[in-house]
Ligand binder design. Sequence first.
Ligand code: ZN
Length: 321
Amino acid sequence: MASIMSHPFSHLRRAGHLFVIAIAVAAIPPACPAFAQAALSVTEVAPGVYVYRGEHAEANPENDGGIANIGFVVGTRSVAIIDTGGSPVIGTALLSAIREVTDRPIGYVVNTHFHPDHILGNSAFSAEAPVFIGHANLPAALRARQESYLARAAETLGQDVSEAWFVLPKHLVSTRETIDLGDRVLILEAHPPAHTDSDLTVLDEATGTLFAGDLVFLERIPAVDGSVLGWLAVLDRLAEIPARKVVPGHGPVAAAWPDALADERRYLKVIVTETRRILAAGGTLQAATATVGLSEKGRWLLFDDYNARNVTAAYTELEWE
Ligand SMILES: [Zn+2]
């Protein structure tokens, strides 16, 4: 291109074609190695605590399953990752984001529960040889869902999926444990069935940042895949945690704690109260899904995608009371 530019003025017209071609060639991005991946855009929500905000949507080919909040915490010795996103593409992009911040080793990958938007990026970290950590119920839950989750991922993401996407945690937590990243302790707490049967929270003691996984939804409607009564009980437990900030599984990072639990608690209580009323009157499941929770419709994103499912879960749970 430089030689064209240096041609005398009288040659420019003839050189015009070449000039356009040169620009077109220059506009093609340089060939990237297959493993290169643009870094996720992360925000430092507290010193050494970084979060990628998932988009409020279902997983699709455009977002690569990057619909959940995921993040990492940096200690003086190592890094812990909390959830890895909805595909290896997202996991790899998270790793790139980490490498823009620190070159310390990835010591731990913590999975907050079994849903695909939180765990399908795990394999992107295998080469870093971290300790994969999850709730004691997580491996069985993942094994039971592997086939259906991969089939759904192939369909929704339009990608070639592989069993290698499933990296099961080896270190299991059944009550409460701490991990030390170097001058920085994370408290891991396993909860009884609530959002799912494998919910695990992570509290960064240094900053009071609580990674709540999907035990906390903000803006996006909660999804009940465990126990609605259990979830209400776990919300009371969460409220006791001395957090100063919460990273929900979906929605904005919130500093109002435990007030950030109010919307979700109200929604779950509405579902329980109205479903019990229908059951007491001998109402059918169809009657329940058609009416329960509708007062909440304007308050949540993706309401129509999940409310009836939540009511179905509540009906099934509460009819045995
Ligand atoms: Zn979830």
